[in-house]
Design a protein around this ligand. Structure first.
Ligand code: 13P
Length: 257
């Protein structure tokens, strides 16, 4: 039985006061330490605020990006060690906004995944097809390429999965168009089969989250699917009440309600 995880990607939103309020509200809702595991991905500038509010509890947090080098003359970049220094356990890698706006290739994503693992972070690798690729029926082809690109960094059989995958169809991000639970399940099962080709053991253990217009009203049906192990939530993670309801939906699925 895999865990269920709910992660909030705040993207480039929020100031310190917002981070303090949002983090405190989630803690006050009493969702943690009970499963699901809840992870926040604030902008870099808010990591220490989240750390101060959440320290010592079971809420987790991570960075939205990292650079592959450990240190040096890389103006504007952040290393895995710097993220660890603010208490991060996780880091997002290869979000579609980074792939599209900042031209991050599969090779760059692999370098970042390796750097994250090297720093002791758990990378949450985002994959997903664009609307055009979806309409052209190329979803599986794109996902195969994106997953195979990071397979060299995947742990070996017998170990725990050393990374998390988040399937985020680009056409569903911030659009209000969610993949139906059945549609998302089919893709998740396909992604798991790609991992199984390298290691059936890791494929059984690896968390594959769904992202793309997850909200309180659709979370439970998505998380109830056998290969959907939770959600990576964008817009709805910025509203405490909505995000807490999504966490409660995950909790209900875990308890079989
Ligand atoms: P939305 O939930 O706003 O669609 O964003 C999804 C996402 O990109 C999370 O990483």
């Amino acid at each position: 039985m895999r865990a269920i995880m709910v992660a909030g990607n705040w993207k480039m939103n929020g100031l310190n006061a917002d981070a303090e309020h949002l983090t405190q509200a989630i803690i006050d809702a009493g969702l943690v330490p009970a499963s699901p595991e809840v992870v926040l991905f604030p902008p870099f500038t808010l990591l220490t605020t989240v750390q101060q509010v959440a320290k010592g509890g079971s809420l987790r947090w991570g960075g939205q990006n990292l650079f592959w080098e450990a240190h040096g003359a890389y103006t504007g970049e952040i290393s895995g060690a710097m993220l660890r220094d603010t208490g991060c356990r996780y880091v997002l890698v290869g979000h579609s906004e980074r792939r599209q706006i900042f031209q991050e290739s599969d090779e760059i994503v692999l370098r970042k995944v390796k750097a994250a693992l090297h720093s002791g972070l758990v990378p949450m690798v985002c994959i997903g097809e664009t609307e055009q690729e979806y309409l052209e029926g190329r979803t599986q082809e794109v996902l195969r390429r994106q997953v195979e690109a990071i397979l060299p960094a995947l742990g070996s059989a017998g170990q725990q999965a050393n990374l998390i995958l988040a399937y985020e169809p680009v056409w569903a991000i911030g659009t209000g168009k969610t993949a139906s639970p059945a549609q998302a399940q089919e893709v998740h099962a396909f992604v798991r089969s790609l991992i199984a080709a390298k290691s059936p053991d890791i494929a059984r253990k690896i968390l594959i989250l769904y992202g793309g217009s997850v909200k309180a009203s659709n979370a439970k049906a998505l998380f109830a699917e056998p290969d959907i192990d939770g959600g990576l939530v964008g817009g709805a993670s910025l509203q405490a009440a909505e995000f807490i309801q999504i966490c409660q939906a995950a909790h209900a699925v875990i308890r079989g309600l």
